[in-house]
Design a protein around this ligand. Structure first.
Ligand code: SAH
Length: 332
């Protein structure tokens, strides 16, 4: 089901029932994980029939699961035969899932495996929610945090991603705290502007990956549409409106964006902004020519010296191709 609680409440009122029935439906689906409407025993039979008639209650399936150290990769089959992947990571502070938002991706970042298949379509809201539901069911445990950093550009599927966030955040949905949800975008400026008005306190991460347009144009085609200056203006506006700290993702590509000068230029670009930089060690793939930087520590130290908050992303899942930028919309 794709509806968030307000949408479900208006449906329930429209069919002449009491509003709280919507909460009961949410509880069945997301808390009791009961997916057969006939078993919604606190709903009258005619309401159950209406729900069955009016909604698409399709389900995605786990097609394959691979296990690495502290990480599991799930391949899901969608009802139209497409595939997406999600990754479960076990941190000391809890379990998190990296979900996919599209089948394929149109952003064309040169270093990313996921984008080698062009976008087929955005995921429906339920297809994103069910990635988490199915993983919770599989591990018999609750997910504490969610990052929308799998296959796809979430802001290229904005409405469905926002609805997904509303459902997983809702107390009668999956009850995942908004501060435990992060959306990562390659920088679709109009959507960042729109997201600044979204009322939930969800984290925003920006895939910046370069300190200037010259480098960014070479590795991220989106920069030709929204260059760094436009992106920074939009981010400053977002931070001013929301008062939230933004994550700047920076993938460390050997000899491309990892020099000391690049670090200093990045520090100048970000100076005074409420951001922190998350350096991502590049995960090499067989199909792309980029190499992992050998200068991550130096880069980090330069940023620190320049007064920029910086962390290095923990490496997860490389052994089973479940790491950042390695997920694919393919069965093999
Ligand atoms: N489209 C969104 C969501 C993807 S998030 C975005 O661009 O932000 C995945 C993160 O991993 C992005 O920052 C992406 O640029 C980065 N990435 C892609 N390929 C990678 C690779 N091979 N190694 C490490 N990080 C990679």
């Amino acid at each position: 089901m794709n509806l968030n609680i307000e949408e479900l409440e208006s449906y329930i009122l429209k069919v002449g029932e009491k509003k709280f029935k919507a909460t009961q439906v949410f509880e069945w689906l997301y808390q009791k994980k009961e997916w057969n409407v006939d078993n919604f025993t606190n709903l009258k039979k005619d309401l159950r029939e209406k729900i069955k008639n009016d909604f698409n209650l399709d389900f995605i399936k786990i097609k394959k699961k691979e296990t690495g150290s502290l990480v599991k990769k799930y391949l899901f089959e969608l009802i139209d035969g497409n595939f997406v992947e999600a990754v479960l990571m076990e941190h000391d502070y809890g379990k998190s899932v990296c979900v996919s938002s599209e089948v394929g991706c149109n952003m064309g970042c040169k270093f990313c495996e996921s984008g080698r298949l062009k976008k087929v379509r955005g995921l429906e809201t339920y297809e994103m929610v069910e990635q988490i539901l199915l993983i919770e069911e599989d591990i018999h445990d609750k997910i504490n945090s969610v990052v929308v950093m799998g296959i796809g550009e979430p802001f290229d599927n904005y409405d469905n991603v926002i609805n997904f966030v509303k459902i997983i955040n809702h107390a009668k949905g999956l009850a995942i705290g908004s501060r435990h949800i992060t959306i990562s975008t390659c920088g679709l400026v109009p959507k960042i502007d729109e997201f600044a008005d979204f009322p939930l306190q969800v984290n925003l991460a920006i895939s910046l990956h370069a300190p200037n347009d010259e480098i960014r144009n070479k590795i991220m085609p989106i920069n030709k549409v929204y260059n760094i200056s436009k992106l920074m203006t939009s981010l400053k506006n977002y931070i001013a409106k929301t008062n939230r700290r933004v994550t700047i993702e920076y993938v460390m590509l050997n000899m491309v964006n990892d020099s000391k000068d690049n670090a200093i230029e990045l520090a100048h670009l970000l100076r005074g902004m409420n951001v922190y930089v998350n350096l991502i060690p590049y995960n090499e793939t067989n199909n792309l020519e980029f190499k992992k930087s050998e200068r991550i520590k130096e880069f980090k130290d330069t940023l620190t010296k320049e007064g920029i908050n910086v962390t290095v992303r923990k490496e997860f899942g490389d052994s089973i191709s479940a790491a950042c930028g390695q997920l694919r919309s393919k069965e093999v």
